[in-house]
Design a binder for this molecule. Structure first.
Ligand SMILES: [Zn+2]
Ligand SMILES: [Zn+2]
Length: 310
């Protein structure tokens, strides 16, 4: 089994063509967060409350290339809790940014694009992704298909505290753009914001790239919208109005009806009482509650308490 870290758009790390923006992979990103909770459990996710500190993965162009890469990899191995794994790092010319051979271990061979010799500060980002592959491989957690599996890898790296490095490697100026990983900058921002909301953390202070900061604020806005969807009481006026209309339809017709674009769906067990299901704003596991006004629910997967007005 193998894994490659592709740069955006093209085959070169620094000039990969136009960077994709927005939230095209949001469904897969959310499924990845749910899968992480299911596979790791609530307690293990909570054990990642502290992100990789910038000082631990700092890598200047004056540092020795191999010793420095080895040191940063070791920090990531420690952060992800893979104490017996050893990363052997080498550099070579290749089209991809990085590559890891997923074997039984305990030694794993990671190859980094030669280009990182001159861009050492981004080595931490590439390794955050590649070492996460090893973490997921050992958990035996994978999504079907390369694209979805890479999105899972980026999402897991970001949610478990090392992915801010990947977003910070996104830089654009008049002459060039560079981005690592498979999520768009805004999607990285989204996962980092979900994490920030969970742990009360502010990753914005770590960004050295102004574009990364902008993407983070967009991701944060999207993450906040997750918390403001009906039937959650935090939902806005327009959302609540539409919800009431959809609920009335379901009640009047004894038919859940179709509500395209709405995150919730109604159902009746035969002619039984109406219930509504919707994604948990934290872990995106679907939750079902009876339609009976104010309801407090607790997500069984991530334990978030949800105030609902059904
Ligand atoms: Zn990968
Ligand atoms: Zn949840």
């Amino acid at each position: 089994m193998e894994s490659v870290l592709a740069p955006s758009g093209g085959t070169d790390v620094a000039n990969g063509g136009p960077v994709e923006h927005g939230f095209p992979h949001l469904d897969t990103v959310r499924a990845a967060i749910t899968a992480l909770y299911k596979r790791l459990s609530y307690d293990t996710v909570r054990s990642f409350a502290v992100s990789v500190p910038p000082a631990d993965v700092a890598f200047s162009d004056q540092d020795d290339l191999h010793l420095g890469a080895q040191r940063v990899a070791h920090e990531l191995v420690r952060h992800y809790g893979l104490p017996d794994a050893r990363m052997i790092i080498s550099f070579r010319e290749m089209t991809h940014a990085a590559y890891v051979e997923l074997t039984a271990g305990p030694e794993y061979f990671i190859e980094l694009n030669d280009r990182f010799r001159a861009h050492r500060r981004d080595i931490g980002a590439a390794l955050a992704h590649e070492v996460m592959h090893v973490f997921l491989h050992r958990l035996d957690l994978a999504f079907h298909g390369t694209r979805d599996n890479e999105i899972l890898t980026d999402t897991a790296a970001a949610y478990l505290g090392a992915g801010w490095l990947l977003l910070d490697a996104y830089r654009e100026d008049a002459a060039s753009s560079q981005k690592l990983g498979y999520l768009t900058p805004e999607e990285f921002g989204y996962v980092l914001a979900k994490r920030a909301l969970l742990f009360g953390e502010d990753p914005a202070i770590w960004f050295t790239s102004p574009q990364a900061y902008t993407a983070y604020t967009k991701g944060l806005a999207q993450a906040r919208r997750d918390e403001q969807q009906p039937p959650l009481t935090a939902a806005g006026w327009a959302g609540r109005r539409r919800y009431a209309k959809d609920r009335r339809y379901a009640q009047d017709h004894c038919d859940p009806g179709a509500h395209p674009g709405a995150p919730y769906s109604f159902s009746t067990a035969g002619r039984g009482p109406l219930s509504v299901s919707f994604p948990c704003p934290t872990c995106h596991q679907r939750i079902r509650v009876p339609v009976q006004g104010r309801v407090r629910a607790r997500c069984g997967l991530c334990r978030t308490v949800l105030e609902c007005d059904t």
